[in-house]
Design a protein around this ligand. Sequence first.
Ligand code: ATP
Ligand code: MG
Length: 363
Amino acid sequence: MLESALKFIKEICDHGFTAYIVGGFVRDYILKVESNDIDVATNAKPKEIKEIFENSCLPSEDYGSVTVMKWGIRFEVTTFRKEISYVNNRKPAEIQYIDDLYQDLLRRDFTINTICMNFEGEIIDFLGGQDDLEAHVIRTVGLAKERFEEDCLRILRAVRFATILDFQLDDSVIAAIKEKKYLLKNLSYYRKKEELDKIFTSSKASLGIQLLLQLGLDKDLELERLGEITKTDSLIAVWSILDVVDKYPFSNNEKSLIKEINEARKLNNLDPMALYRYGLYANSVAGYIKGLDKKKIAESYQNLVIHSRKDLDITTEEILSFLKRKPGNYLKDIYCDLEHEVLYRRLPNQKQEIFAYLQKNYL
Ligand code: ATP
Ligand code: MG
């Protein structure tokens, strides 16, 4: 990936501009960690970048940055800039393109994210990023309090990097987070969730949760149940415990799954009715949260006599003609009764047996 990255910025330089690899890729390269995309800083304007590369697009929201897909790699190319004013402790309201790498680095969040590389592969480190990488410290560029006030997303990014990299937050960062964390109320739930997902899916997620709790961020993030999370191998289990679907954004699918998991958590997950009603997945996640044996749940599910209504050895037409009645709401009760009796093996799932049961109880 490094070779592609160097080739990419060389191409920009060949067009008479300056360009550097910056941010996550250089940080991860020094740490010998895989990166998924490459951030580039350049004095070329977005329009000029679009002219150099065919597969480029200007995302509408991220003003001043161009995404280029090349060799299967995603390059995020951002023009050197100064951020002049911020609105609502988040987005810069105004930016100014500049011609100077150093000035561009000053607007970045943490020292470890300001290390650059030129097309010859040489490291450029104006702000002591390498020292902090070696010391495993997250330190802001400039005064932490000011930087968090400008953009409070940086509070969560600090926790995210500390979690993923297993680094310490500098004392000044800890103090500033404690003082400015109330600003998180201004941050969209979408952004909060994006960062939280990265923290929760990290292999060091429990460290991240401890850190969020130590900093008291659970209150500002409205995650009252954060302290209840003891296992982090399943993201959906984490969000089910947190139970914040009314605030944080989830797809309709995720919402109904979380609801089912939380219903299933209240039941015995080996019970035939619980398994039948909420299915294997919701019961497995519920069981995982409670520390039950996954295999046993799967076995109990496999052993269910029926897995859905259509597995009953009788059709609606057969019931209606047997009872000589017209369809109506009463059918729902009959089905519930039959499912119940069959699931608990009091009634064999055989047509003749079911007819006999209907005869006895419904005629
Ligand atoms: P990763 O890509 O691994 O999530 P990253 O550090 O590359 O981490 P990006 O979100 O890709 O993070 O941002 C690229 C760079 O842009 C960062 O390294 C940092 O220099 C700068 N940056 C991103 N977000 C902010 C922010 N909210 N405030 C200041 N600088 C930022
Ligand atoms: Mg990046």
